[in-house]
Write a protein that binds this ligand. Structure first.
Ligand code: SF4
Length: 625
């Protein structure tokens, strides 16, 4: 018997809605269906995968798809745990079209088998954002207070902050509600600016949803254990426990979570001071890591968060408990790197303040960290003056003579002023069309150096994305979706053509996990098992894999990547290659060949390197090979 995915299409202009059904097989999940809907409508979609509500750990991710205002292309962003409550609506996806005449809350509720309740409720967004805890937190509080009583079970709320109105990279956030109480464990669909999209294009500032529908989710543990025993000689729970070690606690490093494990292992590969660490000697980088991170930033984290066992999950029962907390502050590697060492912040108190302020305003944390560190360097080098961007003072932006606590706090407070200035569009800071466009304008007015210190992937005419915080060329690969892990970010050297091919493979694997709504922290079993699970449950494992390949080729057919536009971006690649040879003593012929080329003709070498990666991507992501 055929199965169907149900999409609730809501016209936010009028509040009219309808359900449309799509056969499983024609489409398999929130990504390929989202891509299809995006190709035919101006829409923002969010929904769950076929395994939502099942016993598979990590299967309740809420997946957002749509045209990203900052990337200028199709984008996928996902949020942990938010799919568990969504599943109680008895639908697979919501697709927003149209635009509400005033900023509004979308209310979705469904009691047992009754028809879904849909309301669009206007609110005075500016005054809500400036009340109580401010920004997204105030909005979540307000919606919870106003509407949560209407639900039999705990609902969940999605919300955007002022960044969604003022910039093209506003995120969407949510916190689990447990026993009628909001928790502090915020979860984010951060990358891609889909919060800006939801507010600016559809007039929706928040969504509250929940219900009591119980559908036939796969919950047969005995059968699942058999599949896992056949493959791994371990039951599902045991395999999952093993696969998620890094995110829970890794005894090898005496710490856990992305913050703990990454900061323990980065050493000389860590970026700091807006990537300027790339130009330092290895000894200096190591000294920064040892003195500022191991002996302080990481030590604080280990003492407060790990020893204190302050760890939570995203809203679904999950043994990874990857949400590493200190009170109300959640610690992930990338926000605490991009708004940490990259901004000259090496102290938890200072980083908590800065990251919390950015979160409260609803920014994509990684991108805003990249923007702040860029502005800090511009101030430090006198390329911009404090009055140009409506702030007071200059950063402490060198490791020499740096006072960990005092200077970190100084930089964090300066960063907070910058964040407010971005929202208020003070001085030259207008991010309504993004950082790349602003950098281009500033370069015309004040010289190329301003632009050249910003690191981003460029896409189409104005698309931009601050890369993931790893020193490796993969984070700047010319892929159709960047800023997530749809590329290879290992730090070994791969010849560029090979890097393109491997990135294409990663693209398909990550797609496989997103399209079934699984959390990538479970990828150590999920990548292998998903097609087999789809085969066992729907008899369509092969079709699932074929569909992934076609979906990847369709996304890649709109790959409008643009060659690296700034000197700092090129330097990220060049210095990576140099470090491989000079520090890691790698003597691979290809590596030496590329380094010689870079040293002879940097411009031509970087263009050729970029094109080789591009070739590897394009020769791999094809419908027909
Ligand atoms: S690993 Fe973290 S984000 Fe993923 S399902 Fe578990 S708790 Fe949620």
């Amino acid at each position: 018997m055929d199965s169907y995915q149900k999409v609730l299409i809501i016209d936010t202009t009028t509040g009219f809605y309808r359900i449309k059904r799509y056969r499983v097989g024609a489409f398999f999940g929130p990504v390929d269906l989202g891509l299809h809907l995006t190709a035919h409508n101006f829409c923002l979609n969010f929904g769950t995968g076929l395994l939502a509500g099942s016993i598979f750990p990590g299967s309740n991710r809420l997946i957002f798809t749509g045209f990203s205002p900052c990337w200028s292309g199709f984008y996928i962003s996902s949020m942990g745990g938010a799919g568990l409550v969504f599943d109680n609506l008895g639908i697979n996806m919501v697709s927003l079209i149209g635009k509400a005449p005033a900023p509004s809350v979308l209310y979705l509720n469904r009691v047992h088998g009754e028809e879904i309740e849909v309301e669009i409720i206007p609110l005075d967004l500016r005054s809500v954002w400036s009340s109580g805890r401010g920004g997204i937190y105030a909005l979540i509080d307000q919606v919870f207070e106003q509407l949560s009583d209407r639900y039999e079970n705990d609902p969940r709320i999605l919300a955007v902050g002022p960044a969604a109105q003022a910039t093209d990279f506003g995120a969407i956030t949510s916190v689990p509600v447990v026993n009628r109480k909001l928790t502090h464990v915020d979860t984010w669909a951060g990358r891609g600016g889909l919060g800006s999209r939801m507010l600016q294009w559809h007039g929706i500032a928040a969504v509250i949803y929940g219900g009591t529908v119980i559908d036939e989710d796969f919950r047969n543990r005995k059968v699942a254990d058999e599949w896992f025993e056949n493959k791994y000689h371990k039951k599902l729970a045991a395999k999952d426990f093993e696969a998620t070690t890094k995110y829970r606690f890794d005894p090898k490093f005496g710490t856990g979570g992305t913050f703990g494990v990454n900061f323990s292992t980065l050493a000389g590969k860590m970026f700091s001071f807006n990537y300027r660490s790339m130009y330092m000697e290895e000894e200096e980088r190591q000294a920064i890591h040892e003195k500022f991170i191991v002996s302080h930033y990481l030590k604080q984290f280990n003492e407060e968060t790990i020893a204190g066992k302050q760890q939570r999950n995203c809203g679904e029962p999950c043994v990874a408990v990857c949400k590493k907390m200190n009170g109300e502050f959640k610690k992930d590697y990338e926000p605490y790197e991009s708004m940490g060492p990259q901004c000259g912040v090496f102290d938890q108190r200072a980083a908590e303040k800065l990251v919390h302020h950015a979160d409260m305003l609803g920014f994509d944390a990684i991108s805003v960290g990249g923007v702040l560190s860029w502005l800090m360097e511009c101030l430090d080098r006198g390329l911009l003056k404090p009055k140009d961007i409506g702030v007071k003072g200059n950063p402490a932006f060198s490791s020499r003579g740096f006072s960990i606590e005092t200077d970190s706090m100084h930089n964090a407070e300066l960063g907070m002023q910058m964040l407010d200035a971005m929202i208020e569009k003070r001085g030259v800071l207008d991010f309504s069309e993004g950082a790349r466009k602003l950098a281009r304008r500033l370069a015309r007015e004040r010289g190329e150096e301003v632009k050249d210190t910003l690191v981003y992937s460029a896409f189409a005419r104005v698309g931009w994305m601050v890369p993931n915080q790893y020193w490796t060329p993969g984070v700047l690969a010319p892929m159709a979706i960047m800023g997530k892990y749809y590329m290879y970010y290992g730090t070994d050297f791969l010849p560029p053509r090979e890097l393109g091919r491997v990135s294409a493979e990663r693209f398909i694997k990550e797609l496989s996990i997103d399209n079934i709504g699984l959390c990538r922290f479970h990828r150590n079993w999920a990548e292998e098992m998903v097609p087999e699970i789809v085969e066992s449950l729907y008899g369509m494992g092969k079709a699932y894999e074929q569909n992934l390949s076609i979906t990847a080729s369709r996304i890649n057919s709109r790959n409008a990547s643009v060659f690296w536009e700034t000197e700092r971006s090129i330097d990220l690649v060049h210095t990576f290659l140099r470090r491989k040879r000079d520090v890691e003593d790698e003597r691979d012929d290809e590596l030496i060949k590329w380094l010689d080329f870079f040293e002879k003709d940097r411009r031509e070498a970087s263009l050729s390197f970029w094109y080789e990666v591009h070739k590897g991507v394009h020769e791999s992501l094809r419908e027909f090979r």
